[in-house]
Each structure stands twice: as structure tokens, then as C-alpha cells.
Design a protein around this ligand. Structure first.
Ligand SMILES: Cc1cc2nc3c(=O)[nH]c(=O)nc-3n(C[C@H](O)[C@H](O)[C@H](O)COP(=O)(O)OP(=O)(O)OC[C@H]3O[C@@H](n4cnc5c(N)ncnc54)[C@H](O)[C@@H]3O)c2cc1C
Length: 378
């Protein structure tokens, strides 16, 4: 057993850290305040090769796996989870999904463009009436000559307006077995009938755009169907295993931000003639925060390690997401507490970390759903 990162992983960590400190750190608060999509930061991430990290080399990417992307995502999310979720969804829910399940034709057509960031990927599973119970979706795919026609409304779509390619799930057989009647399709933004709907105003992750996506009679050629037309839900769940590693890594990044800011503040702020970190009540909070961060990182890296080896890992991915997202919310709460009144203002970044942390327990399977998945394996 080896707990060290190899040379390649260290290189990715260092270049992601350099990018995050240079590009994200100076603007994260302003992007949050303005609720503005971080176009320039995503462009620089593409130029650094981050968007193609998991795309195989033959399609223009770096051909790396979940472990590498988890390391990269922790660094990016340390400074800006809005950019973090954009990259995570693109890498794990679009690129990796297409690479695993797409036809050779679509891999050749889309992966090189996804690797360079010419296309940004999005993932359309959730609907207004189908959240945790995604299998109850209503979007319909009807077989037509040469392909399919897709109609439906998807909600909460990360990077909805900026994406150029959407992985869209729709019912192909309304009379079929629930969960065994869904297809996974690739829809281009430029296809007729694709519309961006309502934009959500959010508590956190305010730089990431989250919108409804409306698909009205969109014609999709046959080769853009991934899988056999009825195993789409299986594709969605398998893809979410990888996505959960990405969101768990996001939680690690936010958790680390809370810890680092709290250590700094507790050395600077003095009360009763001492730095507040000298009080046991504060020091123990810091110790707990640091310990849970280490423990959760081990869970995330183990899940990534298993998935990179093609081993069963659904339970481990859910455990990593459950623990890391819970841990980062506890850390965010403690970080605000350690900052006292200052933590309740925008003068200090922990106010933003506290808001950003909330989402990690909601998307890509809420905390209760992770518990459901884990308990089914026991
Ligand atoms: C910012 C943001 C970005 C998102 N991005 C995307 C995206 O890119 N693509 C996409 O497809 N979706 C996306 N989502 C949707 C997200 O995955 C869903 O919000 C999530 O799955 C929860 O669904 P829901 O909001 O409908 O909550 P609900 O399913 O209505 O759940 C409400 C509450 O009930 C609990 N609950 C539900 N069922 C059970 C159960 N069986 N047992 C115990 N408790 C239960 C839940 O845990 C939750 O606490 C995004 C959401 C947000 C907020």
C-alpha cells in the first residue's frame, strides 16, 4: 500500500494549484457577487488542458482517470467551486460518459472538441417532477427514420446556457419496465428545438449557471444514441458514480478552504489577551476539521482508485460523497463560528464557503440518496 501521489499526480496538483491561485483566487468573490459565469477562467482551464484530462490521448486528451481528476478538482474548488462544478460536470458526466458509452462515430466527432473546450459538456437527467426519483422522468424519445425525436424539459442543468453538447436522458418505451425504458442521447446546442429556459438564482455557486433546458421535437441521429436505447438509466447511474467522486473532491476543496481560513484567523484574532487559537475550544474545532478532511480525502481517493481499475465502486463513491459533503458542511459551520461576527460578513471568504458548501449535499444524489445506495449494499 502506498499513500503517496506519483510524479504525474503531483504535477497535476501543482499545476492546478498554480492555476487556482493565479486565476481563481483574485476573482472568486467578485464572480459570486455578480452572479457571472467565469468565462475567462474556464477558457484558461481549457488552455491548461484540464478539460481534456480524462479524454483518451487518441482523441486529444491526457488519458488520465478519476484519481487525477479528484486531485485537480480539490485544488480548483479550494478557490472557486463555480469553476469546479463546471469542470467536474464536463469531465465526469459528459466526457467520461461519452468515452465509455458512446459509438465510435460520436467519440471521434465530439471528444476532441470536448478535450480542447471548444465544446463544454452538460448532463440532463433531472426534471421538475423527477429529482431523487430520476427514473420517473417524462422526457420522451420517439423513434423516427434515421434517428429519434426528443421532447422534454430538464431542470437544474449546470452550464446549461454555455454548453455545446448535452447528455440527455429520455423514455424510449413508455410501456417498458421502469428504469429499463430510458435512452441516453447526445444533443448539440445548435440542433433545432433546443432552448435554454429559466435561470435559477442560487444561494451559492453563483458563478455557475443553472438553468432549465427545453427540448422540443429535437431530431437526433441514430449514432447519437449511447447504449441500446433502454439501458440509459444504467448509463446515468454508472456515470453518477464518477460524478460523485468529482463532487466529493469539490467538498474536499471547500473543506480545505474553511480549514486554512480558520487557522489563519485564529492566529490573528486576539481576545482576552491571546490569539483565539490558543483557546482549547477553538483549537479542538480546528483539529476536528483537519482530521475529517484527511479521512474524507482517503475515502475519495479510494473510490477513485477503484473506479480507475474498473472494480465495483458504487458503494465507495456514495460513501466518499456522503462523508466529504457532510464533513465540508460541518467545517463550513465551524469556520463561520471561529470567525465570529466577521464570519457572517462578506469581508471574509468563509461566508461564501458556507453558502457554497450546501450544494455538495444536494446535487448528484442528495445525502439521503447516498445513504440509500450505501445501505442497499450492506
Ligand atoms: C445547483 C444545482 C445544480 C444541478 N445540476 C444538475 C445537472 O447538471 N444535471 C442534472 O440532471 N441535475 C442537476 N441538479 C439536480 C440535482 O441533482 C437534484 O436537485 C437532486 O438530485 C435532488 O433532487 P430534487 O431537488 O428534486 O429534490 P427531491 O428529490 O425533491 O428531494 C427533496 C428532499 O427529499 C429527500 N428524499 C427524496 N427521496 C428520498 C428517499 N427515498 N429517502 C429519503 N429522503 C429522500 C432528499 O434527500 C431531499 O432532502 C442540480 C441541482 C442544483 C441545486
Amino acid at each position: 500500500m502506498d499513500f503517496t501521489l506519483n510524479e504525474e499526480m503531483e504535477m497535476i496538483r501543482d499545476s492546478a494549484r498554480e492555476y487556482a491561485e493565479r486565476v481563481l483566487k483574485p476573482h472568486a468573490a467578485a464572480i459570486d457577487a455578480a452572479e457571472e459565469f467565469p468565462t475567462e477562467a474556464v477558457k484558461e482551464a481549457a488552455e491548461a488542458g484540464f478539460l481534456g484530462l480524462t479524454v483518451p490521448e487518441e482523441y486529444g486528451g491526457a488519458g488520465l482517470g478519476n484519481m487525477h481528476s479528484a486531485i485537480l478538482l480539490e485544488e480548483v474548488n479550494r478557490w472557486d467551486p463555480s469553476v469546479g462544478v463546471t469542470i467536474s460536470v464536463h469531465m465526469s458526466l459528459a466526457c467520461s460518459c461519452i468515452n465509455k458509452w458512446g459509438t465510435e462515430e460520436v467519440k471521434e466527432k465530439y471528444l476532441p472538441k470536448l478535450a480542447t473546450g471548444e465544446l463544454i459538456g452538460a448532463y440532463c437527467l433531472t426534471e421538475p417532477g423527477a429529482g431523487s426519483d430520476a427514473g420517473s422522468m417524462k422526457a420522451r424519445a420517439v423513434k423516427v427514420d434515421g434517428g429519434w425525436k426528443i421532447t422534454g424539459t430538464k431542470s437544474w442543468i449546470t452550464t446549461g446556457p454555455e454548453a455545446g453538447l448535452y447528455v440527455v436522458y429520455a423514455v424510449t418505451d413508455p410501456d417498458g419496465r421502469r428504469g429499463g425504458n430510458i435512452g441516453a442521447f447526445l444533443i448539440e446546442r445548435s440542433m433545432e428545438g433546443v432552448m435554454v429556459g429559466k435561470k435559477e438564482e442560487k444561494l451559492g455557486l453563483r458563478g455557475s449557471s443553472t438553468t432549465e433546458m427545453i427540448f422540443e421535437d429535437v431530431f437526433v441521429p441514430e449514432e447519437n444514441l449511447m447504449g441500446d436505447g433502454v439501458n440509459g438509466f444504467k448509463i446515468a447511474l454508472d456515470t453518477l458514480d464518477g460524478g460523485r467522486i468529482g463532487i466529493a473532491a469539490q467538498a474536499l476543496g471547500i473543506h480545505r478552504a474553511c480549514l486554512e481560513e480558520s487557522v489563519k484567523y485564529s492566529k490573528e484574532r486576539e481576545q482576552f489577551g491571546k490569539p483565539i487559537g490558543a483557546f482549547q475550544g477553538v483549537a479542538w474545532k480546528l483539529a476536528d476539521m483537519a482530521t475529517s478532511l484527511e479521512a474524507n480525502r482517503m475515502l475519495v481517493h479510494k473510490a477513485a482508485w477503484l473506479r480507475d481499475r474498473g472494480q465495483p465502486c458504487t458503494k465507495e463513491c456514495s460513501m466518499a460523497k456522503l462523508a466529504a459533503s457532510r464533513g465540508c458542511n460541518v467545517a463550513a459551520q465551524d469556520a463561520v463560528q471561529i470567525h465570529g461576527g466577521a464570519g457572517y460578513t462578506k469581508e471574509f471568504p468563509v461566508e461564501r464557503h458556507y453558502r457554497d458548501a450546501r450544494i455538495t449535499e444536494i446535487y448528484e444524489g442528495a445525502t439521503d440518496i447516498q445513504r440509500l445506495v450505501i445501505s442497499r449494499h450492506l
